[in-house]
Structure formats: C-alpha cells, structure tokens
Write a protein that binds this ligand. Structure first.
Ligand SMILES: [Zn+2]
Length: 385
C-alpha cells in the first residue's frame, strides 16, 4: 500500500513527485524538497478595486514606448514575454502601462525580484508612482500584509501565492538565487494563474534559448533611453599597495573635477577598512552596507550632494540612479564578483540624459576572468547602439 502512495504522491506545495524526495512520518508522505517553505498564504479572494493611476515626471523614450505597447499586446493575447534590456534602459518604466492595464481588468499583479534590498526599493518606487493603489511589500520577516493591488515580493515568498497571479513580472531572472533553483522555479510556476514577464539585463545564452524554445516573445532594448553607449570599464591591476595607490589617485582626480563617486568593496569588512583609511584623506564621504539602517537617508543625502563619495558593498549594485556618477570597484578581482555583477555595477554610470557618460574603473591585484568578461559583454552590447 505504501508503494502505491509513493508512486502517486505529488506534493501539493511544490509539485514534487520524485520518490527520492518524499519521506514518511507515521505512514503519511511529506515532501523533503520544500519543507522549509511553510507559512501563511495569500487570500485568493482579494478584490482589486479596478482603478489604477500612475504618474511619471518625465516622458518615455520611443524605444520604451514601443516595448510598453508590445507588453500590453502580449498580455492581451496571453503570450509570455522576456525583456532583455541593458542597465539604464529603464526597465521599470516599460512595465508600468501593462501593470495599470491588468489592475484595471481586476487582475492580480505581482512583481518579484530575488533580492530583499531591491524589493524594498522597488516598493518605495511603486508606492510613489501608483499613488492611489495599495502596493504590498513581502519578504522574509515582512509578511503581515500579503495582499495588495500590486504585490512586490522576493522570489522566495512566491510559495505563499498559489495559483494567484494573473500577471507576474520577475526582474533579474539571471540573478542569484532564482537562477537554477528548482524549488523557486517550481513556486514561480505554481503562483501563476495567467501570464508572466521576465526581465533581465544580463541573460546568459542558455536562458535565452530556453525562453525561445518555450515560445516567449523576446523584446530587446539595447540602447539606454538616451541613446548613449554603456561606459566601458578600465581595468587596472598591480601587486602590494598598488590597488590602494590606484584608488587614491582616481578618487582624488574625480573629486578635483567635482564628480561624485561610488567605491564598491567586496565585503562589509573591506568596506569599513577602506572607508576608515579614505576618510583620513578625503572629506565628505560615507559608508553604506546591508546592515546600515539609515541607508536610504545616506543615499538621499548623497544625491543632495552632502557627500562627495560613498564606500559601498554590493547593496548599491542595482536600482540606484545618481546623476553624473563615477564608479570604482576596489578589489574587483574578489571572487564575489562575477561578470554579471560587474556589468550591473558598471551600469550605475551615465544613467541620466543630461549626464550620459562617466568613468568606471575596476581595480584588482590581478585582472580576473570576470573583469575581462564584463568588459567584453559591455563592448558587445555597445555594438547595437
Ligand atoms: Zn514540496
């Protein structure tokens, strides 16, 4: 009898039916794959108020408008879309119209990203854009209100939304930990009732081919909205104190020209040490990392020019836009940086129409493969401009 169960048991949570991952307790089967994903689930009867409004203080570029229309058309025709857009091309702006359309149809809309920091920023942004709608924010430890007209959540929380979303947008599909994570992918599939839109700045070939094979409409946005190419990083390396020498030299040059600078460090500890040293020589700097609670205030102050430079960890790798910014990646040969994260960081530079250029410098003890690959990827992307 137990064999019969074994052969037929399908986990109601994640869909797993592999007998290798099914255990038995008191004769009853349970799933070993998703045992850590348990908790309150979203209320499927939540009613969308069928009114949505958003306001942007600027106009979309022709390319953005074209993609925005295509996404609505695909949604109406029940086609999934993949948006392949370079950093700084304004991906978030492209989906506003389809979000509005879906909400006005009374459909349930979610926007999922792998990382908590990014989801918090995204929620802030959507709250100011969709002023009259309820935008929910859901991540590990922040799960009191699961329902909203639009739900911003981490991909880890998708398991709370079974057969729920009429439209699910997933950004950074290339980023850890969503990539190659079978369980998260399973929750993703189970959470979708309707259609989805995947977005990525740096999809690898495997991902692109997979989506092509699944009949996706692949929409490409290679030019940044101001039509300027991505800044190509300069790679520098040397032994002993060379990285510090190089960091000092570039920072001094940027500050002389009155340019603001982000200095990326691989770990919080590195960040603290680097900032301590730099602050002896350079005034008006600050330090941000994932454990700093006043992070958004520091970033706001930086934008208001209260600081000349910020030492930061990967926490500012995505999402933040500062006008006329220069970027130094210190110890860029550290193993935490892969080609994709380095491309993302380079994408912080030159994001504004009236300041489309800037410098990106990768400094290491040696030049790593990731540093070279990131530079090649950027040169490739610029061919399309
Ligand atoms: Zn399961």
């Amino acid at each position: 009898m137990s064999l019969a169960i074994e052969n037929n048991y399908v986990c109601p949570v994640c869909g797993n039916s592999d007998p290798l991952y099914i255990g038995y307790k008191n004769g009853k089967p349970y799933c070993r794959k998703c045992i850590s994903f348990k908790g309150k689930e979203a209320d499927n009867s939540y009613k969308i108020p069928v009114r949505a409004n958003y306001k942007l203080s600027y106009e979309l570029s022709e390319d953005q408008k074209r993609l925005s229309k295509a996404l609505i058309e695909n949604y109406k025709r029940s086609i999934n879309s993949l948006v392949h857009a370079v950093c700084g091309s304004g991906k978030t702006e492209i989906v506003l119209e389809v979000i509005k359309y879906a909400i006005e149809c009374g459909d349930k809309v979610g926007f999922a990203v792998p990382r908590r920091d990014v989801v918090i920023e995204l929620h802030e942004r959507f709250t100011t854009i969709f002023k009259r709608n309820k935008v929910a924010l859901v991540y590990g430890g922040h799960t009191d209100n699961l329902n909203g007209d639009l739900v911003c959540l981490t991909t880890h929380q998708l398991y709370r939304y079974k057969d729920y979303f009429d439209l699910l947008i997933v950004d950074e599909v290339d980023a850890f930990p969503f990539k190659n994570n079978e369980i998260l992918n399973q929750f993703f599939k189970l959470s979708i009732k309707g259609r989805y839109i995947m977005m990525s700045a740096t999809p690898d070939k495997e991902l692109l081919n997979k989506f092509k094979g699944e009949g996706f409409d692949i929409l490409e946005l290679f030019s940044r909205f101001h039509k300027h190419p991505l800044p190509v990083p300069k790679l520098e390396s040397g032994k002993l104190i060379y990285p510090y020498y190089s960091l000092f030299k570039h920072l001094r040059d940027f500050l002389k020209k009155n340019k603001q600078v982000f200095i990326f460090c691989p770990t919080i500890k590195e960040g603290k040490i680097t900032f301590t040293i730099l602050s002896i020589f350079f005034r008006k700097g600050n330090l941000v990392h994932s454990q700093k609670v006043d992070r958004s205030q520091i970033i706001a102050d930086f934008k208001a020019k209260k600081y000349r430079y910020l030492v930061t960890t990967a926490v500012l790798e995505r999402g933040v836009t500062v006008k006329d910014l220069q970027v130094i990646v210190f110890k860029a040969d550290h193993r935490i940086y892969d080609r994709y994260s380095l491309v993302q960081i380079a994408g912080r530079v030159g994001r504004k129409k009236d300041a489309p250029e800037g410098d990106v410098i990768f400094i290491g003890r040696k030049i790593s493969d990731s540093m070279i690959e990131a530079k090649e990827d950027i040169l490739d992307a610029n061919k399309g401009v």
